[in-house]
Write a protein that binds this ligand. Structure first.
Ligand SMILES: Cc1cc2nc3c(=O)[nH]c(=O)nc-3n(C[C@H](O)[C@H](O)[C@H](O)COP(=O)(O)OP(=O)(O)OC[C@H]3O[C@@H](n4cnc5c(N)ncnc54)[C@H](O)[C@@H]3O)c2cc1C
Length: 492
């Protein structure tokens, strides 16, 4: 019998398994797919490696917040982060105006002030607001001894868009401050300020690509788990979570195997997990609350294999919007915006071999194929994807003129791809929506009413590489103690 069985080998499942196995626990990770990594897995097409859910990440500099978490998971030293250009890590385009955005909080504020001299006070207020919001999360601040890890719940009900609109009347500045909102699927009527703050403040601090890609991170963690005596089972889909006397007794896999453990952690989207659990496991009211949660929007991605030496590697990203109304997601004039970047990997030299373009896509766009499975959705789905890809590539010419002549081949993915590969409900990119208007409804605790069952992953608190890493520590604190883990995080 294992000490802990962990469902899902995405970033969260692997991080929890690594941390617990490092502390001597006997762990087993159970993954439905042949490949580990969940949303961060990379794939190769025509010899070019592409990332899926890890385009770039944040605050990996020495002493910075993700660096501390990655040290705890022994990732630093085993992956090769490449910092994006200091003076221009992102180019945010709002209609016909483009703004190069630097890294570093001071440089960011100074640059924005140079773009909007009359808004200097507003920009100062904004930066202070982000700092204060972030620092009210002890697991983000990571400063000094601490025994109180609770957060100020009043923060949960503040809206990001309202905060930005209050600070300045200038619509271009408002658009620019929210111009990386694809990183958190920002919606004006939902996204809380804390979500915007934690993500933007960390990316402004410093931004990085990982040479080994998302799969590189997953492999380091999986190898570490094995070295610590743990097991990572692939092609092992959990079909049932059996409950006896108020505890989870074991997992039943699709292939008929049983996995027995003292405790269990699920990193699945809760809507995908709840139906697996025996009827009496959770109260009806909890089940229906979880099943009624709203999900963040999905993404449509175009993975472009570039013609040899046709495009120099760009050590920065493009965030493009047709206008400065950056919060809108409009199906009728799709696409409104995109994130685009050149892939960085082991083979990258002066030139890039791959380019990725990502845009929001509502589930309703692909719902008519909901009863099909990947690669078997039919000719009309292929036509749909091609039409969407051509539209997105045409819009992307705004950032890279002549792009279509640089393309050797391209591949696409839709929200259905994510649904089928990772089990994310409706192919949602970032899981359950955190809604400032109804904050407690969307909060999911790591501890469930079944005493030996815990949740982790992007649906817990905040999605993304940093959000998931913090969530993994929160979940593991139920086994190892929060103070113990916190002291490791703050140790120099
Ligand atoms: C298009 C896109 C781009 C993104 N870009 C970035 C970015 O640039 N930077 C950033 O920080 N974040 C980014 N993210 C977010 C980030 O990738 C995710 O927040 C994070 O990877 C989620 O990890 P997780 O472990 O919580 O979930 P997942 O990775 O979804 O892991 C869940 C795992 O459970 C497995 N599973 C599901 N059902 C079962 C079952 N029944 N039995 C066994 N196993 C099962 C799945 O196969 C999967 O491996 C992006 C996400 C998307 C979709």
């Amino acid at each position: 019998m294992y000490d802990v069985a962990i469902i899902g080998s995405g970033l969260a499942g692997l991080q929890c398994a690594y941390l617990l196995s490092k502390e001597g626990m006997k762990v087993c990770v159970v993954e439905k797919n042949d490949r580990i990594g969940g949303m961060i897995q990379s794939f190769v097409r025509d010899g070019v490696a592409f990332n899926t859910g890890l385009n770039y990440t944040e605050s990996l500099g020495e002493g910075e917040v993700l660096n501390r978490y990655f040290k705890l998971f022994d990732l630093m030293g085993n992956i090769t982060p490449k910092q994006l250009d200091l003076e221009q890590s992102d180019i945010i385009t709002l209609g016909d105006k483009s703004y190069p955005i630097p890294q570093g909080h001071e440089q960011y504020a100074e640059t924005l002030k140079s773009y909007f001299p009359k808004e200097a006070d507003a920009i100062g207020t904004y930066m202070n607001g982000l700092k204060e919001t972030c620092n009210s999360f002890p697991l983000y601040k990571l400063k000094g001894p601490n025994t109180d890890f609770s957060m100020d719940t009043s923060l949960l009900s503040m809206a990001a868009s309202q905060y930005i609109n209050k600070i300045s009347q200038n619509n271009d500045l408002r658009g620019l401050l929210a111009g990386t909102n694809i990183l958190y699927a920002g919606q004006s009527d939902e996204t809380p300020l804390y979500m915007h703050a934690l993500i933007c403040y960390s990316f402004i601090k410093s931004s990085w690509r990982i040479k080994e890609g998302g799969s590189g991170i997953a492999n380091v963690l999986a190898n570490g788990i094995k070295k610590n005596g743990g097991i990572v089972m692939r092609n092992a889909e959990v079909k049932h979570v059996r409950v006896k006397d108020g505890l989870v007794s074991h997992l039943e896999l699709l292939n008929g195997e049983r996995v027995e453990a003292k405790s269990f952690i699920s990193s699945l989207h809760p809507k995908a997990f709840i139906p697996l659990v025996d009827e009496g496991g959770f109260k009806k009211v909890f089940r229906s609350r979880i099943l009624s949660l709203k999900d963040s929007i999905g993404m449509f991605s175009v993975y472009i294999v570039l013609k040899k030496n046709s495009l120099k590697y760009q050590n920065y990203n493009h965030h493009y919007f047709r206008t400065n109304a950056v919060w809108a997601v409009d199906n009728h004039h799709w696409p409104q915006n995109y994130l685009m970047y050149t892939q960085y990997n082991h083979k990258t030299t002066e030139f890039a071999d791959g380019l990725t373009i990502i845009a929001y896509m509502k589930y309703s766009e692909v719902a008519k194929w909901k009863d099909t499975y990947t690669e078997e959705r039919g000719e009309d789905y292929e036509v749909f994807k091609q039409e969407k890809a051509e539209k997105l590539i045409a819009l992307a010419e705004n950032s890279i003129p002549g792009l279509k002549h640089k393309i050797a081949n391209y591949y696409t993915s839709t929200p259905l791809t994510y649904r089928d590969y990772t089990g994310s409900a409706n192919g949602s990119a970032y899981g359950v929506i955190k809604d400032y208007q109804n904050p407690t409804h969307s909060i999911i605790d790591a501890q469930t009413r079944l005493k030996n069952l815990f949740f982790t992953g992007q649906n817990l608190n905040v999605h993304g590489i940093l959000g998931v890493s913090i969530g993994s520590v929160l979940t593991c604190s139920h086994f190892l103690g929060m103070e113990y883990l916190y002291n490791k995080l703050i140790a120099d």
